[in-house]
Write a protein that binds this ligand. Sequence first.
Ligand SMILES: C[S@@+](CC[C@H](N)C(=O)[O-])C[C@H]1O[C@@H](n2cnc3c(N)ncnc32)[C@H](O)[C@@H]1O
Length: 307
Amino acid sequence: MTRGEHSVKSPADGAVIDRVDPPVAVATSGIIDVQDAWQAHLTDERNDWADPNRDEGFWAANVESYEDRLIEPPAGIGVIDALLEGGESALEIGPGTGRYTRRLSQRVDRVTAIEDATPVRSYLRSSLEAAGLADSVDIVPRSWEHVTIVEASDAESTAARLSPHDVVVAGWSLYRQPELGECLERIHAAANTGFVLIDSPGAVPPHRRLAIDADETVLPSPPPRAAYYSTLLADCGLFPEVHIERRPRVRRASTLERLVADLLGNAAIEPDTAADALDPWLNRHDGGWEYRYELPVAVLVWRASDA
Ligand SMILES: C[S@@+](CC[C@H](N)C(=O)[O-])C[C@H]1O[C@@H](n2cnc3c(N)ncnc32)[C@H](O)[C@@H]1O
């Protein structure tokens, strides 16, 4: 072992695990192997989110209507604005339809947006053009796991090799990273001032809860991704602040039957039973029906100045 490293005994199997300083970081995954738990989640046969092809199909069908379900502003905007203060560049992982990209491009000179789903990239490009924001955004057609971070002085910065930016933002976009610890280390390496990760603290929307209880083929998702992130970051000696913001979500349809079918998909549950159970969140709206609930969202912020 080299200087700065030490080992701990895993209480589960007595195996010795080597860890890098600071020692305080050891406490977390010496007890639970978080990377293993993440792998088990990724490879769960009910989890099709781990497959990039799923994203291509999902976005081809939903890119136009995606933001109808979400209510502005997205979680973490206040934290992101504060971190961007005085900065010049931002790197965004998985911009999707551009909720965060629009904000970033209004606050810094250069935004690099890494997005690997084809339908999303063309939608994002045209919506940024329509808003007059396209000139400051580079949309990079790549998966984050295939991007290497290089020194700022490295002249040959390309799509596959990016130099660090002031701020890195990843909103709901790390759900299929095979090596999550390594992915987070690269986010850290890419961030001069700090980074913000927005994701689920494990809260389950009412319709999802219903589907999970009624049908064992439904994946009990979302997992508490924010907890995985903060635990694996602790292994690197990084302790981000965690904020919980409650954000409203909404789904609408012309009839109650359509709304319930949209919410529950193929889950084995009678539509009438579902409508009764979801009654507290259902309201008539504009001649149709609306389902509205609040979702706790985790915002993790790490600042280089706190390190
Ligand atoms: C759920 S959407 C969130 C979009 C946006 N950040 C937001 O909060 O509205 C996730 C986005 O990340 C993209 N994405 C997922 N995994 C990615 C990866 N490994 N590399 C690049 N983009 C990825 C998806 O294609 C999708 O556009």
